[in-house]
Design a protein around this ligand. Structure first.
Ligand code: PGA
Length: 273
């Protein structure tokens, strides 16, 4: 994993958006995996800015979202479908036919999940997957104990996740208990992954998934098995890492050595030595 420690949420968001921009410039018809939650909002704002001010072109890009609540209509303000349109899709030139979000109203959930996996394959697989992380270590809704080989499926949410997400609902009892989520195995098939996290409340879980053992108890730790992962943290989320000096040293070395650029050297500020 390449761990990039940024000074604050805005810089974390700019770095993540720059990784996505680089992917789109390399392959204009790329397939992006997208995430919801508070963490990626700034990344999406930066992508909208890049579209408006620098002409970043999404017209050939396809997207697959990680997850969706069971039982919420796409028009429900707390659905992830609604979130994505409000936070990103309504503000860029993506083709509606290129947008895939799990259907939480599907009658045949298992059939839908198989279809979703098939669509990812039919589009050539995910080139770059954006991830957040839950306090319990989940990526997408792969709660603790999820198989590290899991595929897109129905998942029962933990009480901790339901509590965390209750803040978005007027009535906390309305938070769905179930979701459709891509599996850990599905996520690991993406060619490149960028995980973002900010705030001190994410510090314990970031220390666990980056520096602890690979375990289904912290599903994000499975990213240690992936050959191309960038983790972008702010100072708060990085505050419990044991090897943060080393991660910063690596970034500084990459900036110094021509020919071995940092993954995102064109956006990163020099880290103070
Ligand atoms: P958050 O959620 O971005 O709102 O913290 C992350 C997650 O649960 O995956």
């Amino acid at each position: 994993m390449e761990v990039i420690i940024t000074s604050d949420y805005d810089e974390m968001s700019r770095v993540a958006a720059a990784v996505i921009r680089r992917q789109i410039l390399r392959k204009p018809n790329c397939v992006l995996g997208l995430a919801t939650g508070n963490t990626p909002v700034g990344t999406y704002q930066e992508l909208i800015r890049l579209h408006r001010e620098e002409g970043l072109d999404f017209s050939k890009v396809a997207t697959f979202n990680l997850d969706e609540y069971i039982g919420l209509q796409p028009a429900h303000p707390q659905s992830y479908n609604y979130f994505m349109r409000e936070q990103l899709f309504n503000h860029i030139n993506i083709a509606p036919g290129n947008v895939y979000i799990p259907n939480g109203m599907a009658e045949d959930i298992d059939g839908f999940c198989q279809w979703y996996e098939g669509q990812i394959q039919a589009r050539g697989g995910i080139d770059l997957q954006l991830l957040g992380i839950g306090r319990d270590g989940h990526v997408a809704f792969n709660e603790p104990g999820s198989s590290l080989g899991s595929r897109t499926r129905l998942k029962t949410l933990t009480e901790e996740t339901i509590e965390d997400n209750a803040r978005f609902f007027d009535d906390p009892s309305e938070v769905p208990n179930f979701a459709i989520t891509m599996g850990v195995g599905t996520i690991l098939e993406a060619r490149e992954i960028v995980l973002i996290a900010n705030g001190e409340n994410k510090a314990p879980v970031c220390a666990k998934f980056i520096e602890g053992p690979v375990t289904a108890t912290v599903t994000a730790s499975a990213l240690q098995l992936h050959p191309s992962v960038i983790v972008v943290l702010d100072e708060g989320a990085a505050s419990q890492l044991q090897r943060r000096d080393y991660y910063n040293w690596i970034q500084n070395q990459k900036r110094k050595l021509s020919g071995i650029p940092s993954q995102v050297s064109f956006v990163g500020r020099p880290v103070a030595e």
